[in-house]
Design a protein around this ligand. Structure first.
Ligand SMILES: NC(=O)c1ccc[n+]([C@@H]2O[C@H](COP(=O)([O-])OP(=O)(O)OC[C@H]3O[C@@H](n4cnc5c(N)ncnc54)[C@H](OP(=O)(O)O)[C@@H]3O)[C@@H](O)[C@H]2O)c1
Length: 272
């Protein structure tokens, strides 16, 4: 992994559940404040619109880092590679910078889909590959099955949920973690602690949340449609939370607030 990749991937702009004008405006606003990494998925059914949005940013190909994710319905020999080729046509790219398996397959035998993912990379359809929504057990299995480096396991990660075991698995397996639902879809803002801590650094509550995630060694994926929030979410590199503030925020992890529960997403694995 290059330093350029690591630095750019630290702050990705998410595109779920955006479509149409709202999506395009958000992508333009994101590019204007400095975002260069964009995140989509076959499941979001917006890859073609993201392709239009990427072109509209005017960024050169080597200035952007685009992630897409393969839908589990396409985890078969017949469907996997054609589905990635379609994603690339929709995104107007000839290669994905990052290609992820969006969810573990139901039944949880991860080996066949990982092999298909590695094939996509070998065929030149992806520069980097990774996974999403993997448990600790799956991270360990994946690291033993696949020769290629996995650049991320993208999971729900925010201060209201204790994902320490995944961080430990990341250190053990070498598969870094990246976040989604980074501000817990707004739930974090019910806790005054973030604003209170932010005052000492001249930063907003959202920036404190995202900085906490970065200082856990996790890359951030955020989505917003509001220019002020988009700009705030990107502007998180010029301060460092003290270890005391990190520990104060850590205390909220016991809240155990999970958005992507198995009730909401029946195909989710049994979470750690
Ligand atoms: N791999 C997966 O299975 C998976 C699952 C879910 C999501 N994702 C990816 O992760 C991205 C982000 O996750 P998410 O959108 O679900 O959750 P999120 O980033 O926690 O929440 C987005 C919501 O929070 C608000 N928000 C964002 N920044 C804010 C700020 N600084 N202050 C106040 N409100 C703020 C946004 O509203 P406003 O528009 O009003 O700012 C938006 O409604 C998605 O877009 C998608 O690309 C991946």
């Amino acid at each position: 992994m290059s330093i350029y990749f690591e630095k750019t991937y630290q702050r990705s702009f998410g595109t779920f559940p955006l479509h149409g004008e709202v999506l395009h405006k958000a992508m333009l606003d994101a590019a204007a404040v400095g975002y260069r990494a964009f995140d989509t998925a076959q499941m979001y059914e917006n890859e073609a619109e993201v392709g239009v949005g990427l072109a509209a940013t005017g960024l050169k190909r080597d200035e952007m880092l685009v992630t897409t994710k393969v839908h589990p319905d396409n985890f078969t020999e017949a469907l996997f590679l054609p589905s990635v080729e379609k994603s690339l046509r929709d995104l107007r790219l000839d290669v994905a910078d990052v290609l992820l398996l969006h969810w573990p397959p139901i039944g949880e035998d991860i080996a066949p889909s990982l092999k298909l993912l590695a094939q996509a990379k070998k065929r030149g359809l992806a520069r980097h590959i990774g996974v999403s929504n993997y448990t600790v057990k799956m991270m360990r299995e994946a690291a033993s099955i696949i020769d290629e480096p996995l650049v991320t396991n993208q999971v729900e990660f925010h201060p209201l949920l204790d994902q320490t075991v995944l961080l430990e698995a990341a250190a053990e397996t070498g598969i870094p973690i990246s976040s989604y639902c980074s501000v817990a879809r707004g739930e974090v803002f019910k806790y005054p602690l973030f604003e209170e801590i932010g005052k000492a650094y001249g930063k907003s509550a959202g920036q404190v949340v995202l900085r906490w995630i970065l200082q856990k060694g996790v890359s951030i994926n955020t989505m917003s449609t509001k220019p002020g929030n988009i700009s705030d979410n990107f502007d998180v590199m010029d301060f460092t939370l003290s270890s005391i503030d990190m520990v104060r925020i850590d205390a909220l992890m016991k809240t155990g607030y999970r958005i992507v529960t198995r009730e909401l997403v029946p195909w989710a694995p049994k979470w750690d």
